[in-house]
Design a protein around this ligand. Sequence first.
Ligand SMILES: Cc1cc2nc3c(=O)[nH]c(=O)nc-3n(C[C@H](O)[C@H](O)[C@H](O)COP(=O)(O)O)c2cc1C
Length: 326
Amino acid sequence: MLRTRVTEMFGVDHPIMQGGLQWVATADLVAPVAEAGAMGFITALSFDSPERLRQEIHRCRHLTGRPFGVNITLLPTMRPPDYAGMARVCVEEGVPWVETAGNNPERLLPTLKEGGVRVAHKCTSVRHARTAVSLGCDAIVIDGFECAGHPGEDDVTSLVLIPATVDAVDVPVIASGGFGDGRGLAAALALGAEGVNMGTRFLATREAPVHNNVKRALVERDERSTRLALRSLRNTIRVLHNRVVDRILEIESRPGRVDFAELAPLVSGTTARREVWEKGDVDGGVFTAGQVTGLIHDVPTVAELVSRIVAEAEDIVCRRLPGLMA
Ligand SMILES: Cc1cc2nc3c(=O)[nH]c(=O)nc-3n(C[C@H](O)[C@H](O)[C@H](O)COP(=O)(O)O)c2cc1C
């Protein structure tokens, strides 16, 4: 067994986490992750109200008696969702951990911390990790440039970002972005992290509630199959390359100021949810995926995936690396 401060603080068997995955990290995925001995997070933004989030927490508790958390992603939007209500639900439901992401979590911390909820903040730079810890966050999830979703604008890959973050903060650090197998887990531990967070790899599992065409695409594509969109707006997202992404990149490459009104329908989350996740048209909308796509070759169950990753990492730590000693 691999034991770290991350397994201790989450109260789980393995130093593996499934963080926020909008529309995907419902109880259908989070409960199997918990049952496999890892830590899963229901993504609050998949639900249109705090009460719907509460129902999903209940549904997940019905499916597993093991610990799980809630991800609250703070998006820069004109009409913000009821973040305070989501935090209140987490407190009322006795959720042990919240993963915050997307922006400074300061406004949620009084409610969460006074309510006994511990907070792992996900960010993409050392300076933001330092700030989160100074505000009282209990752990850092650090997302390297390889990651699916929002890698930030600094473009620092996990190989440098992880040890730099470990050196900068004294709370447990969870490495994120580019992890999908036991080699990655062993490498993250060697770099000083105490666990890994995986997004794209959990998409390609049997239980992930998305169309099989998406899972098949992740198996078929390689490590060159993602693109960075919305760079022109300094709101970069790493997405799987498809026809919609080509249209976005064409608009962004035109000289002059980019008109967001032209991009908005192309990056619509609602369209992606319907066309990609539900109907399985992988060219039907924009969806996030990381470079780790190049390491995905099958669609196992969550339990098979987690136990395979742990066995491979243990083999590296206990046999392969000691065997290198002269
Ligand atoms: C389909 C998908 C949806 C995601 N949605 C969210 C989200 O709503 N909130 C969030 O904090 N991170 C989100 N992420 C990012 C993941 O939590 C994680 O940080 C990232 O996937 C790590 O990189 P990896 O894909 O290389 O493992 C999403 C990732 C994917 C693949």
